[in-house]
Design a protein around this ligand. Structure first.
Ligand code: KG4
Ligand code: ZN
Length: 340
């Protein structure tokens, strides 16, 4: 089955052709148009600008994915498109395009929950993964841990009490004037560090559980910059900035992985899946590999271009979902719930 997967829930406009086979999905093409240059000066995504840019990008992105795969619309068996959650103006760009193309071509189409997409990004490298699996989804908007019994269901186990982990990376990069988006820049800076800065104190919760909170990190970085204003201008080549990034990155990775051992044993998990933009982080990838080995879990970490938002993950998820007999009343939903 050949699926065109479309994603535009935030600031990336992406399309991919995925071939679903008996032994799992094969990536036939992947195109992504970044809007980093547009949002960079604002230090974060500006929803109205993102929506307008998606409208300009969507046709070329879809055409690019089909051309890269050497296919035309008539060769497709299905279109899969992100339905939500996300920025509604952004979602509407590919959602409306998908509906229009499906109508014109008489093609089946499915709306996909964005997080089922991130889950299915792991299917490209690990189609035979044993379930149940713990699924850590970490991005700019999500820091959630789920239990999955298969590739199309997610049951929430815990989530951050405040900020997402990606936000801590992005805000830190902003305070250190490293650029946008922050995650990859903090990561590169941390990799260059010869020494780490003073470690960040992990949050403590009254119930003693390994819960998550990342807003304290923001304040922690802010206080260090206030104490030493030079850090804000020193740049990525500065050893103190590098040390700070390394300590931050090690703290985030350790905190994210802390609940895994207890929850894996409680739920009899056989695998650990990590996906979402922050799953690109080099320290998190290394720490997760060691942890999974120690716990005897199969680890599925999608390649970095499939961890960040992309059309391939939506195509892979959409290939497994049932096509509704009359999907035409369906619309993009910025607050779409899982199972909704
Ligand atoms: O999944 P994604 O592309 O979009 C959302 O749904 O949010 O994730 C984007 C997030 C951003 O916060 C970005 O800074 C972070 O993923 N990110 C990283 C790395 N690459 C991207 N964070 C840490 N280390 C990285 N290498
Ligand atoms: Zn995402």
């Amino acid at each position: 089955m050949l699926v065109l997967g479309l994603e535009s829930s935030c600031d990336d406009c992406s399309a991919a052709v995925v071939e679903e086979t008996a032994s799992g999905p094969i990536l036939r093409s992947l195109v992504r148009e970044s809007q980093d240059a547009i949002h960079g000066p604002f230090g974060g995504v500006v929803p109205e600008l993102a929506a307008r840019e998606h409208l300009l990008q969507v046709r070329a992105t879809m055409a690019g994915a089909l051309a890269q795969a050497g296919l035309g619309l008539q060769d497709l068996d299905r279109i899969a498109v992100t339905r939500g959650p996300g920025l509604v103006g952004s979602l509407l760009a590919t959602f409306s395009a998908a509906k229009a193309m499906a109508w014109h071509q008489g093609l089946p189409w499915v709306g996909v929950h964005h997080l089922l997409g991130h889950l299915n990004a792991a299917r490209f490298g690990a189609p035979d993964l044993p379930f149940p699996a713990l699924v850590l989804l970490v991005s700019g908007g999500h820091t959630h841990l789920y239990l999955a019994q298969n590739w199309t269901s997610l049951q929430l186990l815990q989530k951050t009490r405040d900020d997402a982990a990606g936000e801590a990376f992005d805000k830190t990069a902003r305070m250190l004037n490293l650029g946008y988006p922050g995650g990859p820049l903090v990561d590169a800076c941390a990799r260059s560090a010869a020494r780490r800065a003073e470690p960040f104190t992990p949050p403590k919760f009254r119930d003693g559980r390994a819960s998550w909170s990342f807003s304290g990190l923001k304040t922690g970085v802010k206080l260090r910059v206030e104490r030493n204003p030079r850090l804000a201008q020193a740049g990525a080549a500065d050893p103190e900035v590098q040390g700070l990034c390394r300590s931050l990155q090690e703290a985030i990775s350790a905190w994210l992985l802390k609940p895994v051992a207890a929850l894996a044993s409680e739920h009899g998990a056989r695998s650990l899946i990590i996906s979402g933009g922050v799953a690109c982080n080099s320290t998190l990838r290394e720490d997760a590999a060691l942890l999974a080995q120690r716990l005897g879990l199969r680890l599925a970490l999608p390649e970095p271009r499939l961890c960040t938002d992309n059309g391939a993950m939506i195509g892979a998820a959409g290939a497994l979902l049932p096509v509704e007999t009359d999907p035409w009343g369906q619309n993009a939903d910025s607050d779409l719930k899982l199972g909704g």
